[in-house]
Design a binder for this molecule. Sequence first.
Ligand code: SIN
Length: 549
Amino acid sequence: MTPAPADYPAAPHRVVVVGGGVAGLAAVLRIRRSLPGAQLTLITKAALEESNTWYAQGGMAAVLSGAPGQDPSGTGARAGGPDSVAAHAADTLAAGAGLAAPDAVGLLCAGAEGQVSWLESLGFRFDSVGGALSSGREAAHSAARILHAGGDATGRALAGALIGAVRADPSVRILESIFVTDLLQAGPPGEPRVTGVRIRPAGPSAGGDAGEREIAADTVVLATGGAGRLYEHTTNPAVATGDGVALAWRAGAVVADAEFFQFHPTALDVPGSPLISEAVRGEGAVLRDASGTRFLPAYHPDGELAPRDVVSRSIAQHLAVRGERCVYLDATALGGPFLARRFPSLTSLTARHGLNWARGPVPVVPAAHYWMGGIRTDTSGRTSLPGLYAVGEAACTGVHGANRLASNSLLEGLVFAERTAEALAAPEAPWPAFSADPLALEAPDAGEPFDRAQLQRLMTRQAGVVRDAAGLELAAKQLAAYAPAGSTAEELETANLLLCARLLVHAATARRESRGAHHRSDFPLTDPRSIPKSTAYVRASTPQEGFPQ
Ligand code: SIN
C-alpha cells in the first residue's frame, strides 16, 4: 500500500550556521540537541580558531546562586558582598543608557548560571581556588562577578572547549576558509524566505566566480561577529569585517542601533592594538598621562572603573588637550608575581613588545572593540526575514542598548544561541515584524576607487569616539562616493565594511543627542525628553541577488 504523505519520513531540516565564535559554536551544539535529525553545516571564512571570542580576556559575567562572595582575584579572599541576578541586570541596563531592552537583559542575566553548568558538562572549567570559582571586577559592575579561565585567556579556553565539542561530532559538516557572498531567497513577491547561502573559497587568490556554489538550507543562522575593522585601531582580529550585517542588509533584513560602537579604553599602543583587559584596572591598575598624573578621577568619580564609554572619551579628550598620542596603564602596584599569575598572557604580550609592566606603565590607546548595533532580532534570534536568524555580536536583540557592559558578550553568545536553537525546534511560533525606516545605501554606478585604510582613517576621524554633524556629513559624502571594486574575498570584505560604515554614519547623523557609546560634541547631552528609541533601517530597494552593490 502506498503510504499517506504524512507517513513519509520528514526530510531533515537543513541548517547553515555562519561564524565560528562563541555564538556560532554554541548554536551548532545546541541545535544538535534541539533538532537531533538536522543536517548541520558550520561555515567560517578562516580557521575556527580565528574569532573575536578566541581573543577575549576578561571573562564572562555570571551571578551564581550560592556564591555570594565570589573570590575576586584568585587569592582566596572573598569580597564584594552578596550579588544577585537583579544587580547584574541593573548594571547592564544602566550601562545601556536607557536603550537596553529589559526583557533581553533579564534573559541574559538569569541565563548565566545555566550556561556555566552547560559549559561544565562539556568539560570546560573556569578558574577556581579552593573549590570556589574566582571572579574579578570590571568597570560599571557593582560586584566582582567576572568568571575567567587561564587567568586572562578566557576566550581561548572557552572557544577551545566548544571547538573540541563541535569537531568531535562527525555529523556536523565544518567548512573552513569559505566565504559567504550572498543569502539565497525564494518565495512569492513581498514574502521572501531565506533558502540558503552562496559561498566561495576565502583564499587570497579566489577572485571572480572561482569555486562559487550554493548550499540550500531551511534555516540560516548568522553568527559572524562584529566590524572592528571599520577603524584604524581595533582589538578585533582581521576577520571582523561586518559580513553578517552586510549579508542581511542586502537581503532586506532590518538593521538597528548601528550608531553605537564601543571603544575599549586600553589597547596596547603597538601595531595590531592588542587588548589589555579591563580586569587589570579591576584589580587596581590606574591610568596616567605622560606627566605621570592619574587623570581619570578629574573626569568621573569612579575613575578607572567608570563605564567604558566614559573612560574612552575621557582619554580621547585628555590626549587632545595635551596633544599626546597615548596614555599609560600603571599596573606596577599589583606586583610582578601577581601579574604573572593572574594575567599570564598579558605578561607575555607586554614582554614580547619589550615592556616590563611590573616595573613601569605601558602605553595604551582606546580602540574599536564591540558593535552594539546589528541585525535586528527578537530574543530567539529571529530576524525580520523568515528563515534567517542572527546571534551574538552580529545581532541586535537590544540587550546592550547604547553601551555593552563589560564581559556580557560571551554570555550573550551562549544564552541567545540556546534560545535560537529552541526556536528552531518550534517552527509554529509566529515570525516577528520590526518597524524600520527605508534607506537607500547603494553605491553610484561609477565611484571613486578606495582602499580599506582610507575607509578606516575616515571612520576613525569622523565617526569614532566623538562625532559631530560636520564630520558625519563629510564622512557620508565620502562614503557615498566610494565604489567597491574587485571580487577577491578581501575585496568583498572591504565592500561589506563600506556598507556597514554607511549604515553607521547614517544612524549617527540621525541621533542628535549623546547616549552611551554615541557621543556628539554638538549635542553633548542625552536628550531628557525623548523616550529612547532605537534607530532601525531596512534597505529601500527590492532585494536583488548580485554583489557588490
Ligand atoms: C576585557 O577583558 O577588558 C574585555 C571584556 C569585554 O569586552 O567584555
